[in-house]
Design a protein around this ligand. Sequence first.
Ligand code: FAD
Length: 436
Amino acid sequence: MTDVAVVGAGLTGSLLACFLARRGHTVTVYERRPDPRTGGAERGRSINLALSERGLDALRRLGLADRVLVDALPMRGRMIHPVAGDLDFQQYSLDGQRAINSISRGALNNALLDAAAATAGVKVLFEHRLTGLDPLVFATPSGEVKATAEVVIGADGAGSAVRGQLLGMGLLDESVDFLDYGYKELTIAPGPDGDFAMDPGALHIWPRGTSMMIALPNPDKTFTCTLFWPNGGTSSFASLGSPAAIERHFATVYPDVVPLMPDLVDDYRLNPVGLLGTVHCGPWQAVTPGGPVGLIGDAAHAIVPFYGQGANCGFEDCVVLDRVLDEAGDDFAEALPLFEARRRDDVEAIAAMALANFVEMRDKVASPVFQLGKRIEHALERALPGRYVSRYELVSFSTTPYAQVRDRVRRQHQVLGAVGLLALGAIGAAIVRWRR
Ligand code: FAD
């Protein structure tokens, strides 16, 4: 039994605490915020997540999936909103039945905190902000508190203080690739009848080339919209300086949502612009004089949100760490390097796929060529069941390791390219024969 300090009671840290306690370790989770179950979300930072198979698989292992899904709404496809013209529903899976699940990050975090707090061997201390790693020091409302632990795991998010401490000790390198896009949350209110103003069974997308907006449904019949737009320049968050400019812009670019957003101007002006980026760092673990230290979730590998996988990936991290602890007989000094060796390629693969999906969602989903491609893809999935599976299905509806998804899709595309060339060659030969 090891005495473990988990820093951060976000999504990954809370779930990890449950996994570690199940193994018999004693876990103290240190969280810088006050208990979120007793207060509301910060303005414009509610974020609803798409929870998919990898996250659900991790939750099922602890018997938490059904409880969490009570607060979720299934989305079976994307609903594309053009500037003018009809909406276009594109189902995610071949059978149209598989769904990703819209859930508020706050509701999910609260459910996981409840689970952690109810698990024997877990203690959660709020308002404890890590300020020192070796020795462990936390800033609290009543002053500085020192603590001890045999192992420290940093689950403290993209701006991880644990990672910062390791960096300061010269024990890791890091780089953060910030996207030149930020995001802002807006809200679609319920319709006049109190029901959803749009189809709640879809993830709504307004692809506009230089910008993109998405909306996910909430159980209170609202939708949380996230607008992605460049941070600077003539067409950017900075370019709308007055209520009239905001209204004009939305009426031109997102005309169908303006009547559904009674608080558009206030939301736009008051909600912050969030940063987006990919964290690269390594190694994800080190041995300090105080003992082994590891990183997990966004602290090790924050990614951009365009595949809806950040939290799912953090949950899958917990499953992988649990597995390598099995292999290492619960010796963290052995398990943490093994975790990194098993996981790094997968995480790099999803980081790259998430960036590529941004371009797909922003630029391509509305194009007839893309839509034809999706129809061909579904036809191939039908013709070659289990042999041709789309990247979206593999990422969102399976637990196939991300790197295997990347490699398999690459092979599928190579075969398709070769088949396409063969088909073109055959057509060319037929034309030549016909001309003779
Ligand atoms: P975090 O959620 O950031 O939690 C870290 C915790 O550590 C926090 O509670 C924080 O208060 C605490 N902390 C920080 N510093 C300290 C300190 N010094 N001491 C103590 N505690 C500290 N993911 C999906 O799977 N699907 C999606 O659809 C999706 N959509 C997203 C949309 C947007 C706009 C964004 C920004 C992200 C999205 N994500 C999505 C990603 C997801 O939110 C993150 O991957 C996930 O929250 C990471 O969980 P985490 O626990 O690793 O980090």
